[in-house]
Structure formats: C-alpha cells, structure tokens
Design a protein around this ligand. Structure first.
Ligand code: SF4
Length: 146
C-alpha cells in the first residue's frame, strides 16, 4: 500500500528512544493524537529523517514556542543534549534516513546506558517504567539500579 505521506517522518534524537514507551499519555489530547499518528507512520514503514530541534512530535506540543521548547527554564538545552546522546548511542547521524525497525533492533544494546543517564531524573520516568518494554530492555543489573 502506498504511504499516505510523501515526506519522511521527522524525529529528533531523544524521541528515537523515548517513543518506544508511549502508552497513550501526553501533554494534551492534540499532542497525544499527533504522537499516535507519528508512531503509526513509523511502524507502518515510512522512513524516518533524523532532525535537529523541533520535530513532528514537538509540532503539536503546547510547550513549543517559536521552535523552542519552553517546558522549563533549561529544557531547550537539556533536550538538545539528550538528542546528541541518543544519536551517538544509536550510532546514527543527524539528517540521515533510517527505519523504525532498525532503531528498534539497536535498543537492547544501548538502553541500559541511556536509562542510567537520563531516565531517573525524567518527569516521565513513572510512566515509562510501567511499560513492559522498558523492563525487557534492561538486564538484571540495570534493573536493580532502579
Ligand atoms: S523516562 Fe524519560 S528519558 Fe527515559 S525513556 Fe522515558 S521519556 Fe525517555
């Protein structure tokens, strides 16, 4: 079946990791609906273009103002650091195209490292931690640290 969208799904670095734990929660009903749609497109096999800054998920976020994240005072800087770390861990480069299954394949080897650095202090930790995939991706040692 031909894809409904001509352009690839645009995702920033940290969304390549964090979106694996989406369970229907989000900042607003519009944000959730958009995120569900983005994930459906990725899961359906549309190519993902790695971008810098606000992406197709951020575009429906109430905290996005003039292409910057205003969720908190330091959020723009913090999420850009997360983007860089995710891209490095996943061994990809910004502005390249990749598929969602390829990213999924790389998650088991990189997730303990990611979780140890970013998850504990994250506002979404309680939500992600409840997702079975989160636990499945961590080995016993990493789990005992949470
Ligand atoms: S807890 Fe936060 S940093 Fe960790 S996967 Fe979830 S959203 Fe990402």
């Amino acid at each position: 079946m031909a894809p409904k969208h001509k352009s690839p799904v645009r995702l920033r670095g940290h969304h390549l990791i964090c979106l694996h734990f989406f369970n229907g929660e989000g900042y607003s009903p519009d944000f959730v609906a958009n995120l569900r749609n983005v994930l459906e497109r990725a899961e359906a096999g549309e190519q993902i273009k790695i971008c810098e800054g606000a992406d197709d998920v951020c575009s429906a976020c109430p905290s996005l103002q003039e292409k910057r994240c205003l969720y908190s005072e330091d959020s723009e800087k913090e999420i850009r650091e997360m983007d860089r770390a995710a891209i490095e861990l996943l061994r990809i480069q910004s502005r390249v195209n990749i598929s969602w299954p390829e990213i999924k394949k790389r998650m088991p080897e990189i997730f303990a490292s990611w979780a140890g650095k970013f998850c504990r202090g994250c506002d979404w930790f309680a939500v992600c931690r409840n997702n079975k995939v989160f636990t499945l991706l961590l080995d016993e040692k990493a789990q005992s640290e949470f």
